[in-house]
Design a protein around this ligand. Structure first.
Ligand code: ATP
Ligand code: MG
Length: 252
C-alpha cells in the first residue's frame, strides 16, 4: 500500500476488475471534457474520484452510466464492453447511479419511491414487499416516514431515499455523486456508516465526495482528476497524509 504514495502513473487495469475505464473521452456538444481517462475498480473496492469543481467527476460517472450523447474509448463492466449499451441496460447489468440532484419523485410517498427502484430492478417485482421491508430496516429514518410525501422530507432524508431507491435494485456497483451535499453533519455521519455497511457486504462503490476526509475514510484507493484527466492515483490512507496533493487538487 505504501509504495503507491508518490506515483502519478495510473496502474493498468487488472483483467478481473469489475469496472475498467480505458481512454475514455466525453463531450458536451463541441466541448471535449474527458481527455482519455483510465482507471479501474476491483470487486468490493470503494474508490474515490477527487478533484476541484469542473474537473470532470460528474461527467465521468455520467459517461460510465451511459447518459452522455458522445463518448469514446472503453468502459468494461464485468468484463463486457458497455460503451454502446443504453443506460437502462447498464442498470439491469448491476450498475446504479445516484445523481447529485436526487430526483425524488414528487407526489409519491417514501414507500412508493422505494418501490420504483424495486420495480426497475430485473427480478424486483416478485419480491417488492420483502425488499421494501429490508430497506426500511436499514434506514430507520425512512421507516418512520414510509407513508409521507417524499418531497416533504429534509434534503438529507431525501438523499437517503435516493440511495435506498438505488440500492433496492441490488446493484453490484453504485456510483454516488456528492451524497453529502447540503446535508447536516449528523446525517452525513449516518450516511457514511451506511456506506461502510455496504462495503462490508461486498458492494462496490465509486464515490465523488466534497468531504475528502469522509471519502478517504471509507475508500481503498483514490484517483485525482484535473481538467478532464486523471493526474494521480494513491491508496486512500496515503492520500489522507499527503498535504501537498490535497492542497493542489482537493481544495475548491
Ligand atoms: N451539460 C453541460 N454542458 C456543457 N458543459 C458542461 C455540462 N456539464 C458540465 N460541463 C462542463 O464540463 C466540465 C466538467 O464538469 P463536471 O460536472 O464533470 O465537473 P465536476 O468535477 O463534477 O465538478 P463539481 O465538483 O463542480 O461537481 C466543466 O468544465 C463543466 O463546465
Ligand atoms: Mg460534479
Amino acid at each position: 500500500m505504501t509504495s503507491m504514495t508518490q506515483t502519478t502513473i495510473v496502474s493498468p487495469a487488472a483483467p478481473s476488475a469489475l469496472l475498467s475505464v480505458e481512454k475514455l473521452h466525453a463531450w458536451y456538444d463541441r466541448s471535449h471534457i474527458l481527455q482519455g481517462i483510465d482507471f479501474h475498480v476491483m470487486p468490493g473496492e470503494v474508490i474515490s474520484l477527487i478533484g476541484r469543481n469542473g474537473a470532470g467527476k460528474t461527467t465521468s460517472m455520467k459517461s460510465i452510466m451511459g447518459l452522455l450523447k458522445r463518448t469514446a474509448g472503453q468502459v468494461r463492466f464485468n468484463g463486457i464492453d458497455i460503451l454502446a449499451t443504453p443506460a437502462h441496460q447498464r442498470f439491469h447489468q448491476g450498475l446504479a447511479f445516484v445523481f447529485e440532484e436526487r430526483r425524488i419523485v414528487a407526489g409519491l410517498t417514501v414507500m412508493e419511491n422505494i418501490e420504483l427502484g424495486v420495480i426497475a430492478s430485473p427480478d424486483g417485482r416478485k419480491r417488492t414487499r420483502e425488499i421494501v421491508e429490508e430497506i426500511a430496516e436499514t434506514f430507520p429514518r425512512l421507516k418512520e416516514r414510509l407513508k409521507q410525501d417524499a418531497t416533504t422530507m429534509s434534503g438529507g432524508e431525501q438523499q437517503m431515499l435516493a440511495i435506498a431507491r438505488a440500492m433496492a435494485a441490488k446493484p453490484t456497483m453504485i456510483m454516488l455523486d456528492e451524497p453529502s451535499e447540503g446535508i447536516m453533519p449528523k446525517l452525513v455521519d449516518e450516511m457514511f456508516e451506511y456506506f461502510m455497511l455496504l462495503k462490508n457486504k461486498g458492494v462496490t462503490i465509486l464515490l465523488v465526495e466534497q468531504s475528502v476526509e469522509h471519502a478517504l475514510a471509507i475508500s481503498d484507493r483514490a484517483y485525482i482528476m484535473d481538467q478532464g484527466q486523471i493526474v494521480h492515483e494513491a491508496a486512500a490512507l496515503d492520500l489522507l497524509d499527503d498535504a501537498e496533493i490535497q492542497e493542489r487538487y482537493c481544495s475548491v
